[in-house]
Write a protein that binds this ligand. Structure first.
Ligand code: ZN
Ligand code: FE
Length: 255
């Protein structure tokens, strides 16, 4: 049986996610921007939290971890490389690690770029990828620590997952991400359709996450730097993909 997924809006524009194995009752949260909405969701479902999964060290992803750990006794899992700047880890992860939530194995994917120790969690059986501030809906995270080349390589790893994979990212930035995407990919009908769909969801107060990898491949400019149309749009028709990616990312910073 696949894991059940619950999307939880937190703070102004963050998301946390619950995943629950109905067979064993094990439940994990991915990132803890604040404890209140997560405890409320656990209570509403009558689920017991067993694991806290951390994607990266930024406050808006970890600041509720200690409260949640104390309230639930859940184990805390995060990147070994960032153990010095994460809450105390019960399990320190590398890309070679695997762990399970209930009966389902998870894979750890290193996705440096936004931060150097950023990791993603991939659950192949349920087709879920928790990408936080690496691959985002219609965009990618800002390069605070890593290089554009690192982020490009990180996104290429995620792009190779099955297209039906649900991309569970960390923020509700989709509207502005897509507005920027249209400036470098103006003749893409899938992008125009996504802009319309996103506006309708936001008008109803609905989250635009998770998305599918297929949607991201069709509309996210950071996964499309290899295409002649995008290379031409940023004035780099002959440049390699990583160079075009870097130019797109730099333009977003000034957008
Ligand atoms: Zn972040
Ligand atoms: Fe963030």
């Amino acid at each position: 049986m696949p894991l059940e997924l619950v999307t939880i809006p937190c703070l102004a524009d963050n998301y946390a996610y619950l995943i629950h194995d109905p067979e064993t009752g094990e439940t994990a949260v991915v990132d803890v921007p604040e404890p209140g909405p997560i405890l409320a969701a656990l209570n509403a479902h009558q689920w017991r939290l067993t694991d806290i999964l951390i994607t990266h060290h930024h406050d808006d992803h970890i600041q509720g971890v200690e409260t949640l750990r104390t309230a639930t006794g859940a184990m805390v899992l995060g990147a070994a490389a960032d153990a010095h700047r994460l809450p105390r880890l019960d399990l320190a992860l590398t890309e070679a690690s695997s762990f399970s939530i209930g009966q389902e194995f998870a894979q750890v994917i290193d996705v440096p770029g936004h931060t150097l120790g950023h990791i993603a969690f991939y659950f192949p059986q349920s087709g879920l990828a928790f990408t936080a501030d690496s691959l985002m809906a219609g965009g990618c995270g800002r390069l605070f620590e890593g290089t554009a080349r690192q982020m490009h390589a990180s996104l290429q790893k995620l792009a190779a997952l099955p297209p039906e994979t649900l991309i569970c990212s960390g923020h509700e930035y989709t509207t502005s991400n897509l507005r920027f995407a249209a400036t470098v990919d103006p003749d893409n009908p899938a992008l125009q359709a996504r802009i319309t769909d996103t506006a309708a969801k936001r008008a109803k107060g609905q989250p635009t996450v998770p998305s599918t990898l297929a949607t991201e491949l069709a509309t996210n400019p950071y996964l499309r730097a290899h295409l002649p149309a995008l290379k031409a749009a940023v004035g780099l028709p002959k440049a390699d993909d990583a160079t075009v990616f870097a130019e797109i990312r730099a333009r977003k910073d000034k957008f």
